[in-house]
Structures are given as structure tokens and as C-alpha cells.
Design a protein around this ligand. Structure first.
Ligand SMILES: [Zn+2]
Length: 135
């Protein structure tokens, strides 16, 4: 168990899925030499900002810069920020796992559009996110 209380098996699955930052798409680095920029170093991120939701669908890896900018902001509000505009991060450019969250929390979810081309884990993610976040 690491310090985010992510079970080791889940941690491996997420590391495998998120080789790039789920927000800006930069290739994640595990570590950098002392004294160099840490902005592309991988960090753990709760997409829905609730540390108690420990699941394949809610935990992701993103770069230090995105994590620092997002902080505890709501995903949708953050996507509207200057940081995202500057870095061309939009609801269409983010990783699939993040798009699932956006679809599931929209007034008129276009989840089924996403589902059409989804591979099995993605279908699962969509279903689980929809179940937990829709009334
Ligand atoms: Zn990033």
C-alpha cells in the first residue's frame, strides 16, 4: 500500500494505463535528476477530488504541473481555467478515463457515444462512473 492507500495491484494497473498525463498528455517521468524541472514528474490524482474513492476509474496519474494547477478544483471548472486554455487542454483532449467522468456528469450525457468504440475496461469504467455519479 503506498501513501495514497492504493492497493499494489490497482497501482500497477493504473501505472500501465496512464503512461502519459491524463490531462495534458505529456509523457510522465518517474523521477528527474536533482535540480532539474519536476513539471513532468508523475503524481497521483483523484479525478473526483475525494480521497476515499479509490478505484481504477477515479485514480489517475498526471504531471506535476497539471496537478498543481488543478489542486482541489472541480474538473469541469478547472477545464475552463487559464492554465487549460494556455495548454490547450479541453474535454476532447483529455484521456478517456477523464472523458468518462465528464460524460457521466453532464446534464445530457453522451456516454453512449463513448461506449460505442470502447474497449472492455473502458465500458466498465463508463458503467461504474455512471452508477456512482448519477442520481
Ligand atoms: Zn499534465
Amino acid at each position: 500500500m503506498n501513501r495514497w492507500r492504493i492497493p499494489p495491484e490497482l497501482e500497477l494497473q493504473i501505472r500501465d494505463r496512464d503512461v502519459k498525463c491524463v490531462y495534458c498528455g505529456v509523457k510522465l517521468l518517474e523521477s528527474v535528476p536533482r535540480g532539474t524541472s519536476r513539471k513532468n514528474v508523475a503524481t497521483w490524482e483523484h479525478i473526483v477530488n475525494d480521497a476515499s474513492i479509490i478505484s481504477f476509474e477515479n485514480i489517475a496519474r498526471c504531471c506535476n504541473s497539471c496537478n498543481a494547477s488543478k489542486g482541489s478544483k472541480d474538473l469541469r471548472k478547472w477545464l475552463d481555467s487559464d492554465y487549460c486554455r494556455r495548454n490547450r487542454i479541453t474535454k476532447d483532449s483529455v484521456a478517456f478515463v477523464v472523458q468518462c467522468h465528464l460524460s457521466a456528469t453532464m446534464d445530457q450525457p453522451d456516454v453512449w457515444e463513448l461506449t460505442e468504440n470502447a474497449i472492455p475496461w473502458q465500458r466498465n469504467a463508463i458503467q461504474r462512473i455512471c452508477r456512482t455519479e448519477q442520481p
